[in-house]
Ligand binder design. Structure first.
Ligand SMILES: Cc1cc2nc3c(=O)[nH]c(=O)nc-3n(C[C@H](O)[C@H](O)[C@H](O)COP(=O)(O)OP(=O)(O)OC[C@H]3O[C@@H](n4cnc5c(N)ncnc54)[C@H](O)[C@@H]3O)c2cc1C
Length: 462
């Protein structure tokens, strides 16, 4: 039986990063993967969706070219080509993970891994061949799958989830999207730009309900302009596959309305892949669909760790990777800083983009925390004007001691701009340090400082 210091099960952004960090720390490491290296993120999630969103954004940019003095004609849209390109990018990056495994001398086992004991993993290959390997420590990184509810069940044909959606080369004429979180909102943006009739259904009263309400409102306004229909704050919604089409039924204000679509996307949350991996055999504790871990991602079985989507929210790739690093360092006897969930940024890559870190205004009010608001619109930013992209704002929520409680950016490049605020919060910066930081001009980023100035009543450019 092959023996390792660390065995990682699952090669998503949690697992492959954990494996590399363990190898860097001198641990003999193996990784077990049943599908493509790189996990959901690289193959069916973050990366391919960003590729098709680029295509969708380009459609909108093209429509604005006349303003820039460029007379172009849009001759046709081919959503299938956008999806094909996304698949190609995934394949390339998955190949990159294979290279990284080799470079770091991590042995890759292709197959489905299952705990036999707390130190043994049985691997069953797609051809049915089994092999057991032994590890002093095991990191579980098996990810998550979509949640279904009664009346909202995926059938993989007309009622699909995100993984089928991103592979779909032939776009339907119409689609109902249930769930207005990042996944639902991003697919709505892509499909609408490529001519699909899109209608979003959401129980909460806003798109992107976990974001600051003002951010959601900007996206809602833009979506209305694009012609995306929205049923927000519905009391109940259900979906049924009729064979040739689907019916989505919404109840709002006690009134029941039926809508017909070619297809339905159900995007109402995820739950950890806790079944079939032998957790019961070794007594690993779970709670409401996720593995229970401490702040170094150790489970109740001391040599077994769980990271990424499997270990619960935030279900984000960058959180998964960071958790992987913490787990590997803890195994190697280091003392990594615990992850502060309040410093994990949330990003949605539709246009306008939405990015945030820390508290929303709603949460501060609920918790009775005192704050001041800085808010500057991109309409007042020279670079945004020059780029013809003035939609959105930078909003900061500052505490009494000058600390940043929360930040919310909506607009072009919001998901890139948020990094400065993440670092600022991580380094426990205060407003005076932001003011002392000279931001290049003209940039969108200048408004990160301007917003903090605005919270202090010291705005210069707004
Ligand atoms: C459409 C979509 C878009 C997304 N966009 C973003 C985004 O823009 N930014 C962001 O941060 N997050 C995004 N996410 C979320 C992100 O994909 C996940 O948070 C991230 O992939 C979690 O990483 P992970 O390593 O925990 O698990 P995963 O990436 O799910 O990887 C788990 C891996 O484990 C393998 N596996 C499972 N069980 C076994 C087993 N028993 N044996 C062997 N292998 C096994 C699976 O095949 C998979 O490869 C998106 C998700 C979706 C669905």
């Amino acid at each position: 039986m092959k023996k390792f210091d660390v065995i990682v099960i699952g090669s998503g952004p949690g697992g492959y990063v954990a494996a590399i960090r363990a190898a860097q720390l001198g641990k003999k490491t193996a990784i077990v993967e049943s599908k493509e290296l790189g996990g959901v993120c690289l193959n069916r999630g973050c990366i391919p969706t960003k590729a098709v969103l680029k295509a969708a954004h380009s459609v909108h940019e093209l429509a604005d070219m006349k303003d820039l003095g460029i007379d172009v004609e849009l001759k046709g849209l081919n959503g299938g080509q956008a999806v094909k390109r996304a698949k190609g990018i995934s394949a390339k990056i998955s190949g990159g993970v294979a290279y990284l495994m080799k470079k770091n001398k991590i042995e890759v086992f292709e197959g489905y891994g299952k705990l036999r004991t707390n130190t043994q993993v049985e691997i069953t290959s797609s051809r049915g061949h089994t092999e057991t390997i032994e590890g002093t420590n095991i990191i579980l990184a098996t990810g998550a799958h979509y949640r279904s509810f009664p009346g909202l069940e995926h059938d993989g044909k007309r009622l699909i989830g995100a993984w089928e959606a991103i592979k779909m080369e032939e776009l339907p004429k119409s689609i109902g999207i249930i769930g207005a979180g990042a996944i639902g909102v991003e697919f709505a943006y892509f499909w609408n730009a490529f001519g699909v009739d899109v209608h979003i259904f959401e129980l909460q009263k806003n798109l992107l309900p976990i974001e600051d309400e003002e951010s959601s409102k900007v996206v809602e306004k833009a979506y209305k302009k694009y012609g995306i229909k929205m049923s927000l704050g519905v009391e109940k919604v259900s979906a049924k596959n009729n064979g040739n089409d689907v019916t989505i039924t919404e109840v709002k204000g006690g009134k029941t309305v039926e809508h017909k679509f070619d297809m339905g996307l159900i995007a109402v949350g995820m739950t950890g892949n806790i079944d079939g991996i032998g957790l019961e055999t070794v007594g690993v504790q779970t709670d409401r669909g996720f593995v229970v871990v401490n702040n170094t991602y150790q489970t109740n079985v001391p040599n077994i760790y769980a990271i990424g989507d499997l270990a619960g929210p935030p279900l984000l790739a960058h959180a998964a990777s960071h958790e992987g690093i913490i787990a590997a360092e803890a195994i190697a006897g280091l003392h990594p800083h615990p992850l502060d969930k309040m410093n994990v940024a949330g990003c949605t890559y539709c246009q306008p983009q939405v990015a945030s870190v820390g508290y929303t205004e709603r949460a501060l009010k609920e918790q009775g925390i005192k704050y001041s608001v800085g808010k500057v619109p991109f309409t007042a930013n020279g670079k945004a004007m020059a780029s013809n992209e003035t939609e959105g704002f930078v909003k900061t929520l500052m505490g009494e001691d000058g600390e940043m409680l929360g930040a919310h950016i909506v607009g072009t490049h919001a998901t890139e701009l948020i990094h400065e605020y993440v670092l600022f919060r991580q380094m426990e910066g205060v407003d005076e340090e932001m003011f002392a930081t000279i931001h290049p001009h003209p940039t969108l980023g200048e408004f990160l400082a301007e917003s903090v100035l605005n919270a202090k009543g010291r705005s210069i450019n707004f």
